[in-house]
Design a protein around this ligand. Structure first.
Ligand code: HEM
Length: 273
């Protein structure tokens, strides 16, 4: 005879496994999307450098290269040249096989990642403060808070690794990774919004001052962070129902993310490559 407790334990195990599988799928879809972003950065900005077609940068960015603004242009160069490095280096850290078989690589890649996170966000903060953000004060505040969270969570992840608190380290590393991915979520947000609004993009406009733009100014880091905290909660919960609900939510997000990546690639990246 199988007791109620055993049944509950079985339900827990199955729910745990499904949650694990669906979040791995979500992560894999996200990595594909981030690799496409890396491809865009390298192909577009690398192409500009190789061909010397620097005027293309100003067609692509709201500010770009400003004559006479040496520091701002230097910050932009640092920002863009390290953007691909950080976007590529992040996901590798979460691959268990690499972590286990190549611990020295994991440690060095982690150090490079957090130093790069500070450089990219520091350069971003400088441009944000001196040139202003496309979208005005609300967008500038949203970007600045993203930068501060990247730095804070990176410090926490590094600190926890040095303390050999590996469970806490993994949690802070995931938080830092999602914050670094904020710039990518920002684009996903628009890709999905364009699709969900039947290609009208209602609430968003060219000056990034519409209600949806304002929501996304903070939403690009707040929504992923809330979802991650819900994932931590569901994993730790002893209630199989909570895990099942989380599995449904994350399965839906797999679909949304896959569609968002397709949209962003087609609307923002492919036309300029
Ligand atoms: C850490 C992760 C980040 C990455 C990987 C990243 C990457 C990029 C990339 C690829 C672009 C060019 C956009 C395009 O071609 O569509 C860009 C532009 C820009 N980023 Fe970031 N970014 C990050 C974080 C930030 C943060 C936190 C801020 C602000 C505090 C920021 C401020 C800017 C600004 C102001 C521009 C536009 C520059 C201009 O108009 O001249 N970035 N970023």
């Amino acid at each position: 005879m199988v007791s109620d407790i055993q049944l509950e334990e079985q339900a827990q195990t199955i729910a745990e496994k499904k949650l694990h599988q669906v979040t791995r799928l979500l992560f894999a879809i996200g990595v594909i999307g981030q690799l496409l972003f890396v491809y865009y950065i390298v192909a577009f900005y690398g192409g500009v450098v190789v061909n010397g077609t620097y005027e293309k940068i100003n067609e692509q960015l709201p500010h770009g290269i400003i004559p006479g603004d040496k520091m701002g242009n230097f910050a932009l160069a640092v920002h863009l040249s390290l953007a691909a490095v950080i976007t590529f280096g992040g996901p590798i850290q979460f691959i268990t096989a690499i972590r286990k078989r190549l611990p020295v690589f994991h440690r060095w890649n982690g150090r490079i990642y957090y130093v790069t996170a500070f450089l990219v966000s520091g350069a971003g903060l400088y441009m944000n403060a001196t040139r202003g953000a496309h979208g005005g004060m609300i967008m500038a505040l949203g970007n600045a808070s993203n930068a501060l969270l990247i730095m804070t969570f990176s410090v926490m992840a590094w600190h926890m690794a040095m303390q050999r608190e590996f469970r806490a380290h993994k949690k802070w590393a995931l938080r830092a990774f999602l914050m670094v991915s904020g710039v990518w979520f920002f684009r996903m947000g628009y890709g999905l919004w364009i699709l969900l609004t039947g290609f009208t993009g209602v609430g968003a406009n060219a000056t990034l001052s519409g209600p949806f733009d304002r929501f996304l100014a903070f939403g690009h880091w707040l929504v992923p962070l809330l979802l991650l905290e819900f994932y931590f909660y569901a994993r730790a919960s002893s209630n199989a129902k909570v895990k099942r609900r989380a599995t449904i939510l994350f399965a839906g997000l797999c679909l949304l993310l896959a569609v968002g990546i397709g949209m962003v690639t087609m609307v923002f990246w492919m036309p300029v490559l």
